[in-house]
Structure formats: C-alpha cells, structure tokens
Write a protein that binds this ligand. Sequence first.
Ligand SMILES: Nc1nc2c(ncn2[C@@H]2O[C@H](COP(=O)(O)OP(=O)(O)OP(=O)(O)O)[C@@H](O)[C@H]2O)c(=O)[nH]1
Ligand SMILES: [Mg+2]
Length: 404
Amino acid sequence: MLEKKEHQYEKAILVGLITQNQSEDKLIEYMDELEFLAFTAGATVAKRFTQRLTQPDSKTFVGKGKMEEIRDYAKENGIGTVIFDDELSPSQLKNLEREMEVKILDRTNLILDIFAQRAQTSYARTQVELAQYQYLLPRLTRMWTHLERQKGGIGMRGPGETEIETDRRIIRDRITLLKEKLKVIDKQMGTQRNNRGKMVRVALVGYTNVGKSTLMNALSKSDVFAENKLFATLDTTVRKVVIGNLPFLLTDTVGFIRKLPTQLVESFKSTLDEVREADLLIHVVDISHESFEDHINSVNEILQEIDAHQKPMIMVFNKIDDFSYEKKDEDDLTPGSNRNISLEEWMKTWMAKSKFPTVFISALTKENFVEMKKMIYDEVHRIHISRFPYNDLLFEYFEDEEEN
Ligand SMILES: Nc1nc2c(ncn2[C@@H]2O[C@H](COP(=O)(O)OP(=O)(O)OP(=O)(O)O)[C@@H](O)[C@H]2O)c(=O)[nH]1
Ligand SMILES: [Mg+2]
C-alpha cells in the first residue's frame, strides 16, 4: 500500500461547468464543496477553471481549448492532479488522461477515496472496496500505462493500485466475493439489530459535517469521533440514551452528500439499514452553512432513494452559535442571499413550513437542549406507547439536572 505522510498535501486543479442546469452561483457553491472534499482527501487547490457550455463535452467534459489551457497551466506549475466536479464517463476519463498526462479524478472518485481513507472496520472497508471495484470495472480500459502508479496519492489507493495487469475477470470475481462477504456480515448485523429488542430506535441523519456525531456525544455522553472534515463518520455507532426515565437507542451513521455515488449507496446498504429500520429520524441541519436548504433537499432525496422518507422525523437546526447575518440596506437593490436573512426569520419560516417538530440548537454550547430533549422525549414516548400500550404509566419526563 502506498502510505501518504501526514500533512503532505498534493496540489490540484478543480474544473467545473456553468451549464443550462447549473448557474454560476451554484457552480461556485459546488466548487467550494469540491474544494472541501479535496482538502479532506489530502489535496490543496492551486486554481479553479470554469467554463460556460450548454452541456458537458461528450469527449473531454470541457471544450478542447479549455482542456489545453488547463494542461498547460498544470505543466507550468508542476501540478499532477486535476479534479472534475462531476462523474466523468469512462471515455471522457480516458481521453482526458491521454491528452493531459496528469491524474484525472472526478467527484465520485474523490468521495470513494475519502471513504477508503476513513474506513476503520473490516466491514466498512469491505463496503468501500466493493464500491471502488464497481466504479473501476467500466473504466478498466484507462489503465495507468503512461501514469506510473507509483505516484500514488488520491484516487490511487485501494483496488486500482495492486496490479496494473488486473483484468475484468479478476475484478468481477472479486466483486462476487465481496458481495458474498457482505451478505454474511449483513445477516449478522440484521440479527444484532433484532436482538436489540423492541426498544425504540432513533437515527441521526443529515448532510456530512452538520454535527451529528457531536450531537450524539452530547446526548449519550459518549465519545464518537467528530471533526471538521467531510465524512468523519463511516461506521455506525449505537448508544442507549435515556431522557426522563425513557430509554431508547440512538444511532449515528454516515453523513450524506449531494450526488452520493450510487455505488456507495448500494454498498452501504447495511449501514443504511440502520436508517431504514429506525422508528424515528432526527434530521440534523447546519444552519450556519449558506446552502443548508440544498442540503436538506439532498438528504430528503437520499432518504427517498433508500425508502426511509415516510418515517416520523424531528428537524434539528444545529450550529446556531455560528450563524452569521448580514443586514442589507433598504436601498441596496442587489438580490439578497441566505446571509441576509436573520436567524429569527429562518426560525419563523421553518417552524411554519416544516411538517415535523422543529428546533434550533447548538450542539456545541447546548443552547435549547432542554427544548430539543423534550421534543425527542415526546416523539419517542408516542412510539413507545403505541408499541407497549400498557406501559404508559411507567414513564415520565423530567429535565436532566445537568442541563439547567
Ligand atoms: N460552531 C459549532 N460547531 C459545531 C456544532 N456542532 C458541531 N460542530 C462542529 O462541526 C464539525 C463537524 O461535526 P461532526 O459532529 O463531526 O459532524 P457529522 O455530522 O458527524 O459529520 P460526518 O460524520 O463527517 O458526516 C466539527 O468540527 C464540530 O465541532 C455547533 O453546534 N456549533
Ligand atoms: Mg459524524
């Protein structure tokens, strides 16, 4: 395996398109996210290239002139990695590698690489490896002939690097094997979940980096890994939490992202089963992020994809301590942005709009925790008594001394 030393970041160029379906504002936002992904994977961004096209070029994604401009810039500045903000087709990837003679990555590849770096347990590693092979299979023709694979780094970890001569058959066999291995683990996990009995199960869901693990730690007084990078959590943690005297199980799991590679959704089936089988979802949102409403939509889309969109839900808007507001002058005629809306206005809007109980908190300073806990208690209690109708009198809500 190629080890990358800590703090040894590789220099990269980002490339994105302004198209009919993707405005300039959106592109900037997506490129910011791509840069964060690149940083998480271990790259620093030297320059961004953008181009206005009706649609991506079928051969080279960007136009020929733009491609040459990027190639020359990379050459002059000794940059070996170019990252495209979309999934490239196998032929686009092949053409770009041939023409540009640098390592070409796309969004999917980058996310897969982060997952590969972060996978801790053999279970997570198996799931990621399967997703990587599935990504690799249709792209095998590119094979890294002119690109010495010794270069290593992002996108070169995992299956691709072991043997250059790997052929489709070997990969197919490997995929079959991994699928069988996962089936066995899935079964074990299923049994484990069944053994947890009938306790109400609550799952934290949300976009990556919104504060799910931080909230999990705060609620369960446990110590789940949280940090300011994307996909800090890949494995699922389940903790017993008690509010008042009502116990339930709380699950923290992988965060979602716009355009989550389908290979990953498929491979992480069992991880996502935790969400699918939960009785209640706590949808955590980072309200300090300018695109938080897009994030909500992406999460809802993925919930729909895994058939978990009809569950009871609580909306938790997190990071209110970090919310920034830019008041706009009344005679300023430029169009407003999310930043020109105050927290109070957002609260009013979302309280009115949301079909679900909604609360605004800070997992860091624990602001509004009492309110949030009461909300969770009420929902869990409702589910609990529907399951154990005779048990109702056993439970009562009281506030935790610590929080007051
Ligand atoms: N200012 C502020 N920062 C927060 C709050 N909650 C979490 N954070 C920070 O946000 C970052 C991400 O937090 P995590 O808990 O790792 O987020 P996550 O949703 O579990 O992220 P993934 O596992 O990567 O999907 C960390 O740097 C946290 O310290 C909050 O209420 N306020
Ligand atoms: Mg996490």
